[in-house]
Design a protein around this ligand. Structure first.
Ligand code: HEM
Ligand code: HEM
Length: 181
């Protein structure tokens, strides 16, 4: 753990303090957030319709408020789980990158991970500000952040596949196989 900040900078050297893999809870949280975020991207029509009719002061047609409430609840849950993940990451740490991995790749993956964490906090916050505090600009920020999150996720998935199929490293498998500590 003491070396965690050095790892975060991509130093890449293994010490006795490094964790060898992710804990079961870290892996469970990763995949729970993946499912919830996928749900948010597929089930946003209702909240969008209600929000649009509210902003444009037009009558609401055919939207399901229950689905909009589900978007809100799932979004808040994502934020809580993301905060829990960050706490675990700081307290327990994360496995270091493979020692032979180019430094640029280490830094890029670290940057993408932290960008995703930031988006997973800012997205619900902007959504909450729009929905409950009626801040119109927050709705626009929310939309913009969804695009940034999608781009980061695309890079992240491409990186995981690249590690597995091109570099043939163990990186992808460590988000599937837990390491107890
Ligand atoms: C990580 C969590 C969240 C994700 C991934 C997410 C994702 C999305 C997506 C993909 C859209 C459609 C954007 C578009 O039209 O291009 C959307 C719209 C919206 N979301 Fe979320 N959302 C999250 C959390 C929340 C929360 C917690 C709230 C409210 C409390 C919320 C409120 C809204 C509103 C009001 C809209 C309509 C905005 C507009 O059309 O301008 N979202 N969200
Ligand atoms: C098929 C889709 C996905 C695969 C195969 C995948 C795979 C992985 C792997 C292998 C790691 C560990 C990387 C390492 O140990 O260096 C990881 C970490 C991470 N993933 Fe994913 N992921 C996927 C989707 C997602 C999505 C959709 C999100 C965000 C919503 C996400 C967010 C993260 C974050 C933030 C980390 C950093 C964990 C940490 O060290 O704190 N992943 N992912």
């Amino acid at each position: 753990m003491a070396d965690e900040s050095a790892q975060a900078m991509g130093a890449g050297s293994l010490t006795d303090d490094d964790v060898a893999g992710y804990a079961p809870l870290q892996i469970a949280l990763h995949w729970m957030v993946v499912v919830l975020v996928a749900f948010q991207f597929f089930a946003h029509e209702a909240i969008e319709d209600i929000w649009r009719s509210h902003v444009q002061n037009e009558p609401l047609q055919g939207a399901t408020p229950a689905l909009a409430n589900l978007h809100v609840a799932a979004g808040i849950l994502v934020m809580v789980l993301a905060l829990l993940r960050i706490a675990l990451r700081v307290i327990r740490g994360a496995p270091p990158p493979p020692q032979d991995e180019p430094r640029l790749l280490q830094l890029t993956s670290e940057l993408v991970h932290w960008a995703i964490y930031v988006f997973l906090i800012l997205l619900p916050m902007s959504g909450l500000a729009a929905w409950f505090l009626d801040v119109e600009t927050a709705g626009l920020v929310h939309k913009f952040l969804t695009t940034l999150l999608l781009a980061a996720i695309a890079l992240h998935i491409a990186g995981a596949l690249f590690q597995h199929f091109v570099r043939r490293s163990q990186v992808m498998m460590r988000m599937l196989r837990p390491q107890r500590s």
